[in-house]
Structures are given as structure tokens and as C-alpha cells.
Design a protein around this ligand. Sequence first.
Ligand SMILES: Cc1cc2nc3c(=O)[nH]c(=O)nc-3n(C[C@H](O)[C@H](O)[C@H](O)COP(=O)(O)OP(=O)(O)OC[C@H]3O[C@@H](n4cnc5c(N)ncnc54)[C@H](O)[C@@H]3O)c2cc1C
Ligand code: SF4
Length: 403
Amino acid sequence: MGVYGSRDGLWNMPDGVFQKTVRMRCPEMLLKRGVERLKAKGRVMEFVTQRKAIPTDPAWKRRATCHYCGQCMNGCDIDSKYTSANTPIPLAMRTGNLSLFTESTMTRIVLDNVNRRVRGIEYVTSSGQTVSLQCKALVLACSTVETARHLLINNIANSSGQVGKNLTSHFGTDVVAIFPELRSRDASNDDGTDYFHSLLTGLHWDKPHRDFDMTYQVQCGAGLNPKSLAIRDVPGYGSQLKRDLRDLNVCHAVMDMQGSLAPSPRTYVDLDPERKDRHGLPLPRVHLKYGPNDIAMARDMVETCVEIIEAAKGEVYSRPREITADTLGIDYNHWVGTLRMGTDSKHSVVNTVGQSHDVTNLYVGDSSVFAAYPEKNPTLTNIALSWRMSKSLAERAKKGELG
Ligand SMILES: Cc1cc2nc3c(=O)[nH]c(=O)nc-3n(C[C@H](O)[C@H](O)[C@H](O)COP(=O)(O)OP(=O)(O)OC[C@H]3O[C@@H](n4cnc5c(N)ncnc54)[C@H](O)[C@@H]3O)c2cc1C
Ligand code: SF4
């Protein structure tokens, strides 16, 4: 996979084999100074450089070495950043056992109702042609919302009534710091891998907070971001405006909360009774509600970040005045959990290897199977779960159990 990072020895974030790390930018280093001062007073938290699936060692030849243009979230021009498209899919293609049907959309799952097995699917090509495909086993991996939507549309694998339920994601708010002592620093070397280079972690792992369950982490970013300026609402015009924008942005740091949204019966995916896609299939609706746990967690995040900034001798440039459900933001990129994994078929949709409890040759290999969600990013867990699913499926195929 090719991951860079530093070996921090943290029990809540185990070390791996890392390539050379990418250092924090100056304002992030000052946030770390604040964290170290709070730790010296007995607070439990850590501030570390981020780990990313981006190669930084030119001797590692499997993907191009990063050249620190900072455009990761726009897609990497040189395919340095890990994606399924640039690493596992080409590897699988080389085995000769994978055929890709690109620009094709699955529109129907065809079930053999007598045996409760999937017989195949129908898909629509980019020219609008509907094609049928037979299969021995079907692995759905359309993403958290879409996989649930297709099971609901086809009305299968839902004897538990749990399809679409247990939806969760990350949520949060942010606090912005400025460090006047950095106003005149040279920012010409603010290159890096996107904006966020550091992470506040380890909060409430030793002892749960009295007001909320679970925890959050805080991604921290700084520097003159090549994509956009983090601080824009600056008065004035002309040369003075340019100078003020530069001065503020050069010494700012953003602290961006990533909290675990508590699963709730009021947060789920269902089918829109009216709106349809271009294939005439019902669109999904995402229902989202924040509860007292989420609000208490966000309040703690703001208080903790303000303490860190003050301990680092910085100034709080912006923070939410009060935390209500309206001031929180959901991470639309991190949905998980609509087809919960579990051993009890009454309360879960798939078993521990991603196999449907109801339809024995139907598997789910995406982030919808998460049974719980920590504060951490989802992809590594997602890959580990699909790997376990693939091994089990391959063993069944070898034994001839797929028919
Ligand atoms: C901008 C962005 C940044 C992110 N950054 C990080 C990060 O730093 N770290 C991290 O861990 N996670 C990150 N994530 C989240 C991570 O990408 C997702 O959690 C992960 O991709 C989910 O995997 P999945 O297999 O469930 O779905 P996806 O990766 O979305 O794959 C689903 C695939 O199914 C296809 N599909 C859907 N419906 C159909 C259909 N009917 N027929 C045919 N094909 C279909 C889709 O085109 C897609 O290719 C980020 C996400 C985004 C958008
Ligand atoms: S900074 Fe990001 S986009 Fe730029 S080369 Fe490195 S991985 Fe690719």
C-alpha cells in the first residue's frame, strides 16, 4: 500500500512499516507545544504527524513518489496516492481472472426464489443497453448508501429489517487558531500532502468522558494552502487586503473535529417514494439526526482545542459560539453501517465474513458492513473486512460450495 508516517508508539494507533514521514507545518508544531504543556499538567492526549497511503521513498517502486504538490483531495496527477484503481485493481487484472465492465450500472439483482440464491444481475451500459450476467456468487460493493438502496429496491437479504439502519459517519465542527509570533515567517516551503499534516488523538481512550460515549480525533492543518485560503473574511481591498490575507493565513492553524456519530434509530437510509434515477429506480434518502451524545462530544472538542491554543500562547481566531445540532457538519465522505455485520441473524444483515444471513451466495464487500465506528478514517478497516470476505469466498469456491 505504501504508507508514510512516524512510529509514535501509541496504543490507540499501532505502528506499522512506514516510509519517511512528512513534517508538520510551523503552526501545527505550535499546537503540539500546547498539547505538550497540557500533558505536563496531567492531561491525556497526543499530537502526532498524520499517516497517509502516499509513498515518499523513491526506492519504493510500486507507485510514483509524492512531489508534495498538495492537491491530494483533487485527485493525484501522478497516481502516487493510494486508490483501488491504481493498486489492487491492476494487480487483480494481471492475474487474468478479472474483467472490468466500466461505465456500467447494475440495475437489478436476479434472485432464484426457490433456493434463495442470487442467479445474476442486470446492468445498463453507457449506450443504454440492458445486459444480463449470471453468477455463482455476487459481491455487492456499491458503498454504504448505494448497497443498502439496491437491497431495498430488490427487497432481499432483509429478514432482520436492518437494511438501511445503523447508518453512521463522522461529524464535527472546527476551531481556528492564529499564532502572531509566526506572522513574518517564510511560508514558501509550505509544500506537503494536502492541507492536514497532524492529528490530535488519544482523547478519552483511557477513561470515558462523563457526558458522552466514544471519542473523536482532531485533524489539524496549516499553511498557505495552494487550493484556497483558510481565512478569507478579511476587510479592506488592494495591497493592504493582500498583505492582511497573507499575514493571517501564514500564522493560522485549523483544528477540525472528526467524531463518531452515535448510531440512532433516527439516522438511516430508505427509498424516496417519489424521486427516481434515470433508470427509473427509487433514489435513496438519508435521514440524519444529532443527539445529546454528539452535542456533548462537540462541546468537549471546542473546549479542548481552545485550551490547547491558549497553552501554546496562540489566539482563538474563530470557534462556534454555541454548539447545537444546526452548527454541526456531517462528513458525507465517511458513511458506514447500513448492513450491519453480526452473528445474530435477527439483528444483523451479514455474518462475520460479509455473507448475507438470508441469501447464501450474496456477499457485501464495502463500508456498509461496519457494526461500529471509531473516530478513525474508514478505509483500512474496509479493506481488512473485504479481504477477510474474499478469503472465505475463495475457500468456498475451492470446495465447490458455490455450485
Ligand atoms: C474526498 C474523499 C476523501 C476521503 N478521504 C479518506 C481518507 O483520507 N481516509 C479514509 O480512510 N477514507 C477516506 N474517504 C472515505 C473512503 O473513500 C470511503 O469510505 C470508501 O471509499 C468507501 O468504500 P466503499 O467500497 O464502501 O465505496 P466506494 O469506494 O464509493 O465504491 C463503490 C463503487 O461502486 C460503484 N457503484 C455504485 N453503485 C453501482 C451500481 N449500481 N453499479 C455499478 N457500480 C456501482 C461506484 O461507482 C464506486 O466505484 C474519503 C472519501 C472521499 C470522497
Ligand atoms: S501531494 Fe498528493 S496529489 Fe501531490 S503528488 Fe503527493 S499524493 Fe499526489
